[in-house]
Design a protein. Sequence first.
Length: 281
Amino acid sequence: MREPEAISARSGRINAFLDELVPAADAPPATLHGAMRHLLFPGGKRLRPALAFAGCEAVGSDWQLALPAAAAVELIHTYSLVHDDLPCMDDDDERRGRPTVHKAWDEATALLAGDALQALAFEVLARETADLAPERARDALQEVARAASSRGLVGGQVDDLAFAAGAPDEVGRLESVHRRKTAALIAASITSGAHLGGASAAQIDLLAKFGEEVGVAFQIADDLLDAGDWEPCSMVRVLGEAGARNRAQSLLESALARIDDFGPEAQALRELACYAVGRPL
């Protein structure tokens, strides 16, 4: 699918901001800073920053208000990839067409680079929102922290690693993992951006549910790309390709229905959701 304008038109802004935030690769300690930048640049599609911008825009505010949230969620996402690739977890040798951080450096450096990226995410979100109303900054910070916690990304990764295929209620357990490991940060990308844009509690509730459903659908769509090489924690393994596609489509349709009343301001959010799940709007 063609990349939506909500990504292509704004990727330069988030890339420049991230480049300012992360110390140069030759800044001491150079080994650590080089490792921190290794997966961050040139980076992936910047979907999560785009969702933060779109969440802010959906509640009627200038998308650039969400820049601190956009940077924070991308830093959290990158840290999680660095750690996921480690031998004690997924043990991957390559990411985004280049050696993983622990292969390019070593395991200790990769672990510390991930730690530093996570810390920087919260530093940026706290510092760069100082001029906003305190409750906006607080709520955005809380959204990202919860998504990265034991109730979100980290807890989902624990259960992914321990997932037992064939045990009862596989679909329910799979969705529980996906909602935490993948969808929690996708939802927080949207809601943290919306908080910085001054969203109401009712808007946040709808956007959180929207993001959760889109996040699970995104994970299913991503698993479908594995062409038969499915991990134990994969909806495709349990439901088959057709069943998994149907489940992803159902989740996407439910998510889009939740933001029907947001009007044209949420068009970028709708386009990004469809793009993430590989479906035309």
